[in-house]
Ligand binder design. Structure first.
Ligand SMILES: Nc1nc2c(ncn2[C@@H]2O[C@H](COP(=O)(O)OP(=O)(O)OP(=O)(O)O)[C@@H](O)[C@H]2O)c(=O)[nH]1
Ligand SMILES: [Mg+2]
Length: 219
C-alpha cells in the first residue's frame, strides 16, 4: 500500500491559499458546497489582515488604512482542487465588507451592508462567523445589531479581538472579561474569546485550531 498524495494529507494552513471569487451581490454566490467560515466586523477592524495572517500570505486579501476597502464577499480556499465535480476544497474563508463608517458613498455602503446581512442570515453552509472587535473600542452598538441578527438566525459566532498590539498588554484580560459579560446571554455566541494581533502574529494558532475544529478537518 502506498501513501496517497491528495491535498487533504497536508495541513489546512500549511499550503498556499487562493482567491476564487468576489461576490458583489447574492446572485453571484457560489453554489452551496464546502463549509464556509466568514469574517465580519466594522470597517477597518482588520478582517482582511487577519485572513492574510491566518493563511500566511500578506497580499492575498487587499487591506488598507481607509475604511471601506473590501467591497464584495471574497472567497479564499486552500489550493490544489480543481473545483470541478467532487474535487472541491474542504472549506472556504469569506472576507466581507465592513459595516459602520466607510469612506464611500452612502448608497454603496448601504448596499454592502445589505449584502453582508443577507448572506449572514441565509447561507446554509455558513458554519461559523468570526465577529471582529477592535481592542481599542470594544463591542459597539452596530456590533450588537450584528450579534442580534446572528442570534436570531441561529448562526454560530465567536468574538475575536483585533489589534491587541495597540493596547497595553495588561488591558487584554479585562477586555476579554468585559466582552464575555456582554455575550453571556447570547444563544449563538461561542463563550471563548480570542485575542489577536495580525501584526504581531498573536492568537493565530488558536484561531487556526478553532477553524480546523469547526469545519471538522480532516473529515
Ligand atoms: N497595529 C495593527 N494594525 C492592524 C492590525 N490588523 C490590521 N491592521 C491595520 O488596520 C487597517 C485596516 O486593516 P484591514 O485588514 O484592511 O481591515 P478590514 O476590516 O478588512 O477593513 P475594510 O475592508 O475596509 O472593512 C490597515 O491599515 C491594517 O494594516 C493589527 O493586528 N495591528
Ligand atoms: Mg477588508
Amino acid at each position: 500500500m502506498h501513501a496517497t498524495t491528495t491535498p487533504d494529507d497536508k495541513p489546512l494552513f500549511g499550503r498556499p491559499w487562493i482567491f476564487i471569487r468576489g461576490v458583489p451581490s447574492l446572485k453571484f454566490l457560489p453554489p452551496e458546497g464546502p463549509l464556509e467560515v466568514a469574517f465580519a466586523g466594522r470597517s477597518n477592524v482588520g478582517k482582511s489582515s487577519l485572513i492574510n495572517a491566518l493563511v500566511g500570505h500578506k497580499g492575498l486579501a487587499r487591506t488598507s488604512n481607509t475604511p471601506g476597502r473590501t467591497q464584495e464577499l471574497n472567497y479564499f480556499v486552500p489550493g490544489g482542487y480543481s473545483g470541478e465535480g467532487d474535487d472541491l476544497p474542504p472549506m472556504a474563508l469569506v472576507d466581507m465588507p465592513g459595516y459602520g463608517y466607510a469612506q464611500a458613498p452612502k448608497d454603496q455602503v448601504d448596499a454592502w451592508t445589505k449584502l453582508v446581512f443577507d448572506y449572514l442570515r441565509g447561507r446554509a453552509t455558513l458554519k461559523r462567523v468570526y465577529v471582529l472587535i477592535d481592542s481599542r473600542h470594544g463591542i459597539k452598538k452596530n456590533d450588537e445589531e450584528v450579534l442580534d441578527l446572528l442570534d436570531k438566525a441561529a448562526v454560530s459566532y465567536q468574538i475575536v479581538l483585533t489589534k491587541t498590539d495597540k493596547i497595553k498588554e495588561a488591558r487584554v484580560p479585562r477586555l476579554i472579561a468585559e466582552s464575555q459579560e456582554k455575550i453571556r446571554k447570547r444563544p449563538a455566541a461561542y463563550p471563548e474569546i480570542v485575542a489577536t494581533s495580525s501584526e504581531k502574529g498573536k492568537g493565530l494558532d488558536e484561531l487556526r485550531r478553532e477553524i480546523i475544529e469547526t469545519v471538522g478537518y480532516p473529515a
